[in-house]
Design a protein around this ligand. Structure first.
Ligand SMILES: Cc1ncc(COP(=O)(O)O)c(C=O)c1O
Length: 379
């Protein structure tokens, strides 16, 4: 029988059935518009506000600082564009390996002549050089800093507390894309000097098309989506009610089970690293993805020996029912290569596969995937 193994959880995760159950009443019975003042509307409004309060509780911020969006891309666009507009920011400090939701947005602003970008140096593993960041901050006081908490392709983690501290010392507005860490790591926003961060429910077993942004209350932003007065005037449009309910439920489950799931998924990652080293000569790992404390436990980016067959690796895995990705699958299907790997390894002809894990994967799946991959590489 054909296998069906899903190791592309950084692209999206399966919906948790518990999350689906929480959403169902809002799809069928509680259909009111939360802006309506009658009882149908009020009931749904109350559920949204409970979800907001719950999320704020997990992050240790106030409910008014949580604003619902359609996901990570919209949240990143909003914070970047609105912080630049609100505060008249002209200089942006970022890295060359941010997600396209950030780097394409910034490139668009450069094209419009609105900003100038200053790229922070990365070390050979792809980590931000904090000394260089400090230098850039000193040269460009009052800038916007956009650095992701974890890279979705190589998994590298940023020391967000340290960067937050540097930003506040230099009066910078600090945005961090936390799409890959939300629901997988705990953040205490009363202690982290970040002004804006972003999340997408589908990365932690919630529904697609639902996300949120945190916008610190002492650094308010002008609206990005104009229209109705929803989301405290920050995002016009009738709320994605069942998406928001599912998002809060998914985060509740993630926080409830985080320690056990983190340990379990970690063990899958270690198993895969060990099995790959045993079975495939000259296998290495891209970025710092094999360093367990410095990278996402959900992501392993594997570098495979040079071969004319490398272009077919993902296709051949897919043929036997194994889903993985060549880099970022967020703008799916694109076989143009990863801007992250191209930046870090410009001359490399090695193959690259990103495997990303969830609580639903098993040790047997890991063993099967390594076996199938080794068969392809060694044939
Ligand atoms: C780091 C990162 N930022 C932003 C996004 C975009 O999120 P969404 O698909 O919810 O718009 C993704 C993935 O899709 C991501 O991995």
């Amino acid at each position: 029988m054909r296998m069906s193994i899903y190791l592309d959880n950084a692209a999206t995760t399966p919906l948790d059935p518990e999350v689906f159950e929480s959403m169902k009443p809002f799809m069928l019975d509680d259909f009111g518009n939360p802006s309506s003042t009658h009882s149908h509307g009020r009931k749904v409004r109350a559920a949204i506000e409970t979800a907001r309060k719950q999320i704020a509780g997990f992050l240790n911020c106030t409910p008014g600082e949580i604003l619902f969006t359609s996901g990570g891309t919209e949240a990143d666009n909003t914070i970047l564009i609105s912080s630049i507009n609100t505060y008249g920011i002209k200089n942006v400090i970022t890295s060359p390996i941010e997600h396209h939701a950030v780097d394409h947005t910034l490139a668009h602003l450069v094209k419009q002549g609105a900003i100038q970008i200053h790229y922070v140096k990365l070390d050979e593993k792809g980590h931000v050089d904090l000394n260089h960041l400090e230098h850039l901050l000193t040269e460009n006081s009052g800038s916007l800093v956009s650095l992701m908490h974890a890279n979705n392709e190589i998994g590298n983690l940023l020391d967000i507390e340290r960067v937050g501290k540097l930003c506040s010392e230099h009066a910078a507005y600090f945005h961090s894309d936390t799409v890959q860490t939300m629901g997988h790591y705990k953040l205490d926003l009363s202690k982290t000097n970040v002004h804006g961060l972003t999340a997408a429910a589908h990365k932690f077993h919630g529904p697609k098309g639902a996300g949120f942004m945190f916008i610190r209350k002492d650094k308010k932003l002008q609206p990005f989506v104009h229209g109705g007065a929803q989301e405290r005037n920050m995002r016009g449009g009738t709320e994605n009610v069942y998406g928001i309910i599912g998002l809060a439920k998914a985060l509740e489950i993630a926080y409830r089970d985080m320690d056990a799931h983190a340990r379990y998924i970690h063990s899958l990652k270690i198993r895969m690293i060990d099995r790959l080293k045993d079975c495939i000569p000259n296998v290495t790992f891209n970025g710092d993805s094999a360093a367990l404390e410095k990278s996402l436990y959900t992501v392993l980016n594997v570098s495979l020996p040079e071969s004319p067959e490398n272009g077919m690796l993902l296709f051949n895995l897919d043929l036997v029912g194994i889903s993985a990705s060549g880099g970022s699958a967020c703008s799916s299907g694109a076989a143009t290569g990863s801007h992250v790997l191209n930046y870090l390894y410009p001359d490399s002809k090695r193959g690259a596969i990103r495997f990303s894990f969830s609580k639903y994967n098993t040790k047997e799946e890991i063993d099967n995937v390594v076996r199938k991959l080794a068969e392809q590489i060694l044939k």
